[in-house]
Structures are given as C-alpha cells and as structure tokens.
Design a protein around this ligand. Sequence first.
Ligand code: MTE
Ligand code: MO
Length: 315
Amino acid sequence: MPAYRPPRIASSEITPEGCFLSRRAFLATTAGGLLAVGTGAAGAQAAALPAPKGKYTVDEDLTPEADVTGYNNFYEFGTGKADPAANSAAFKPTPWTVKVDGLVAKPKEFGLEELLALPLEERIYRMRCVEAWSMVIPWTGFPLAALLDKVEPLGNAKYVSFETVVRPEQMPGQSGFFQPLPWPYREGLRLDEARHPLTILSVGVYGKTLPNQNGAPIRLVTPWKYGFKGIKSIVRISLTETPPPSTWNLSAPNEYGFYANVNPAVDHPRWSQATENRIGGGGFFGANRRDTLPFNGYADEVAGLYAGMDLKANF
Ligand SMILES: Nc1nc2c(c(=O)[nH]1)N[C@H]1C(S)=C(S)[C@@H](COP(=O)(O)O)O[C@H]1N2
Ligand SMILES: [Mo]
C-alpha cells in the first residue's frame, strides 16, 4: 500500500491547480476543505494481474506509479488530487457485478470474475485531463467491444451509457453537506466509439488490479478523449438509441461536451488546451510542458470516426 507521494514537481508547477480550483469553484465556491481530510491510508491492496503487452504502446516514459495512483480525479472520494488515495481505503471493490442492459438481445449481469477471465492485455496510453495535465499509463484491460459482443446490441442501439456505483457509506464525496456532482457519475459514447479497438475497460494498472482511487474494480479508458470520459467503478452499461447524459456535460454544458475529444485548437472557456503538463519527472517550472496533440496523438486511429463532422464541435 504505497502512501501518497506528491508528484515530483512543485505543486506550483501543476498548472491546473488553478484550473481545477476554478473548476471546482465554478460548481461550489465554498467547497474547499469540507470533505474529509485524508487519513493517509491508501486504497485496498492490489493483486498481481499479469497480462501480455498488446500492440498499443507509446514511445514516451511511463508516469511513475506513485503519481498514477496518488494524483487522481475521483470526486466520489473528494475533489483534491490526493483525496481519492487518502479516502478510499474503506471502499470494497469485490464482490462486484456490472449489469449490461438496454437495447441488447442478451442483457446480463456479469460477475467480475467473468470479466477478468476475458483475454486481458496491457495497453500503454497517454491520458490527457481536461485540466491540462497528462500522464502515460500502463493499463490492463480488454476491449469494450468484447463485452458488447456478448450481449448482442440491437440494430437501433446507437449509444452506450455508463454509471458509477453510488455508495455514500464508502464514498465520502457522496455523503455530507457538500456534494460536488450529481450521482451517479455518468458517461456515454457513441456505439462506434465504444466498439473502437482503442476503447477498453481497464481492470488493472502497472500490472496489478486497479487501486480504488483509479476506479476499482473496472473503469473505462478512451485515450483520445479528455480524462473525464474515463468513468470509474462502473456498475451499469446500457445501450440506448439517444445520446445518454454525461455528468460534466450536465454540470457545465458550456465547458464540457459529450464528445470531449482532445483538441488543442479548442480552448476550454477558462484556459488554453494548446499545451499540457506531463505529471512526474521533475525539472524546472514548465520542464514537462508539451504541446497537446489532436485526439491526444490518436488521430490516425480515430479521426475517421468523425469524418464530415466539424472537429470544433467534437467537444
Ligand atoms: N466516477 C468517476 N469517474 C471519473 C472521475 C470522477 O470524479 N468520478 N473523474 C474523471 C477524471 S476528470 C479523470 S482525469 C480521470 C482520472 O483518472 P485517474 O485518476 O485514474 O488518472 O477519471 C475520470 N473518471
Ligand atoms: Mo479530468
């Protein structure tokens, strides 16, 4: 159980400090400090989860494990970057089921064991948060398409919606006076995005089962989209005909769209998206700042999904 260790760069360098403060402030100006102060306890013990390397990788240094598992966004456990690791020790990711229903021929509630028995592989992906920081993360998981195939989507299914668990007794951000978001946290994808080979359900990171703070026991990863699409601790996946609601879009529709494709040419209304701060690695102020790439560097793979669409409307 690694204790939280701050990223190896001065907090002043984590530019989004201001960004995420203002992101929070936008929702509730008096929120700061109301959530439980962390006890320092990290999440549940992770178990080894070996998986062969898949063909997807990135020729960039991995973000140190301590940063991947210590600098998180998971508002169910608090809005601070250290809160999810500090406040999630009581969260129980097993036993777990994921209900897959809606416009499918074979709706089913899958036990976690069944999902872990699918062919797993390691995928090293860039992750770009809408707050303008980024990481390179070795996920373990399986293509979402493998799960969708099992339930046989019907012809009128056009979208996939996702829901996070609601457990106020285990998730301090879901109880108490200040609730930063409406629960459950929800996300959605177009069915063709959901079936894209890059889209995975992740069950592990750094060769171990997911720590609670990273979305145990199962979370979505769509590397060409802003990080908030990567919904954590999923309990339900539904196929729908109409676009499903998504939490950040509901909370601030002028700032967070349904597509949320990484696009350096479309600034957030309150900050630039042209560059990003890569977490970890040390160095002087701005040493890890780099250009943000269209579709987060995955344009060759995914641009075709949006052929004919105004790319500026992909947000
Ligand atoms: N349920 C839930 N999922 C969530 C979030 C959240 O607050 N709640 N935060 C999102 C955001 S903004 C980001 S950047 C990623 C962060 O994933 P990580 O902490 O594993 O890096 O999780 C996303 N998934
Ligand atoms: Mo994010």
